[in-house]
Design a protein around this ligand. Sequence first.
Ligand SMILES: Cc1cc2nc3c(=O)[nH]c(=O)nc-3n(C[C@H](O)[C@H](O)[C@H](O)COP(=O)(O)OP(=O)(O)OC[C@H]3O[C@@H](n4cnc5c(N)ncnc54)[C@H](O)[C@@H]3O)c2cc1C
Ligand code: SF4
Length: 438
Amino acid sequence: MSGVNGAAHGASLSLDHDLVSPFTALQAMAESSRCLYCYEAACVTACPTSIDIPGFIRKIGTGNVKGAARTILDANIMGGTCARACPTEVLCEQACVRNKAEGEPVLIGRLQRYATDVLFKAGVQPFTRQAPTGKRVAVVGAGPAGLACAHRLAMLGHEVTVFEARAKAGGLNEYGLAAYKMVDNFAQREVDFILSLGGITLKTGAALGRDVTLAELRQDFDAVFLGLGLASTNTLGVVGENLAGVADAVDVIAALRQKSAPPVALAGRRVVVIGGGNTAVDAAIQSLCAGAEEVTIAYRRGTAEMGATGHEQDLARTQGVVLRTWLAPREILDIGGAVSGVTLERMALEAGRLVGTGESVTIRCDVVLKAVGQKMAPGGLDGLALASGRIQVDATLATSLPGVYAGGDCVKSGEDLTVQSVADGKAAAFAIDAYLKA
Ligand SMILES: Cc1cc2nc3c(=O)[nH]c(=O)nc-3n(C[C@H](O)[C@H](O)[C@H](O)COP(=O)(O)OP(=O)(O)OC[C@H]3O[C@@H](n4cnc5c(N)ncnc54)[C@H](O)[C@@H]3O)c2cc1C
Ligand code: SF4
């Protein structure tokens, strides 16, 4: 996914270079002057974190750039990441009235990045904490949902301990978002910024269900927030899935983000990515960046049904990825235990149902990357009610257990996006605060 409006299409990407070049001060000033400062602005309604967009753009226009950043971060503490990774083309920028008049929205994402970058460069923490409440909250998962929740709870005067299974905080900001959206170690710089508020203790390498139980957390803390994300992946369920050369796309992306060797070699290889979401597009583009010779995305439905936005699909095509649709994998072929190709069945819609036509095609390849969705990892959720494979929550993000709240990808509150997870984390913090003060 991307806040990639204005990205230089056609230019080839690399894992170390920004997809979109940041605005200079002059460019930001000029772009801010395009905003009409709409009353009841549609762009604000389209943002899951309801950032006061005309408000921050006005501040940029008057030279109060740090004030603009404060406005952004007060609504969305990960405004820096969202400025880089939000699919603005289907959120705020799609809603911008300038689209109608000129066919070109105000470039909100790039203005947001400009303002938050100025504040980060100055090393300013613009928020303070309220007087200590004496209450202690456990947050499980240091992704966007958990960190947004922790930051707001700390602002409200609570003491927060964050339990994170992995070695680094940041969740998919650190291990998932495409490298070319998060250059210069931005995910960790943002984590440091969030923690610099104080009142938040981060424990990495501490997993719920392995190192601590939910019952223990409920006993030791006054409330618990679960921001676990979707830590497990779906399988294809076809012959050949366990061959050398087959890997989960998220594992490949995580390795490339950490600059370690991916589970399958990509340089000089022919890669087929199975799936139609943003993970598929990110894995395909990053495979090319890592030296793959040719990359094909195979998706079982049409481009209109792909989870990846039209903008992302265009980005993939301009980078040289081949998009093939209406193809579902049936078998991964091997030569001596290694992948030699994938056979796919042509699919069609019959009375609205997706069915196989019986006709098959084979794409020769050396690597197959699976990008067919993530799901909740089992374990650690003792006593919690689930709904459709995610944690069941009510409108306040309260789970079925008193004092336990959840948000982000591990619940179904909206789209699985960074910005939605931040919105959930913030909303849950206010709900927890009300619960603790009741
Ligand atoms: C490859 C990929 C690319 C994406 N690109 C974009 C994009 O460009 N733009 C966008 O808006 N969205 C994107 N998304 C979606 C976005 O990353 C997620 O919606 C968002 O990160 C969810 O935040 P979260 O906090 O709920 O979960 P996560 O970011 O997954 O964080 C959950 C955290 O909980 C930890 N955890 C899990 N289980 C346990 C446990 N038992 N104990 C302790 N800790 C645990 C995990 O290690 C992790 O740090 C992408 C997703 C993927 C997979
Ligand atoms: S809709 Fe566009 S023009 Fe109106 S306030 Fe939002 S960014 Fe400015």
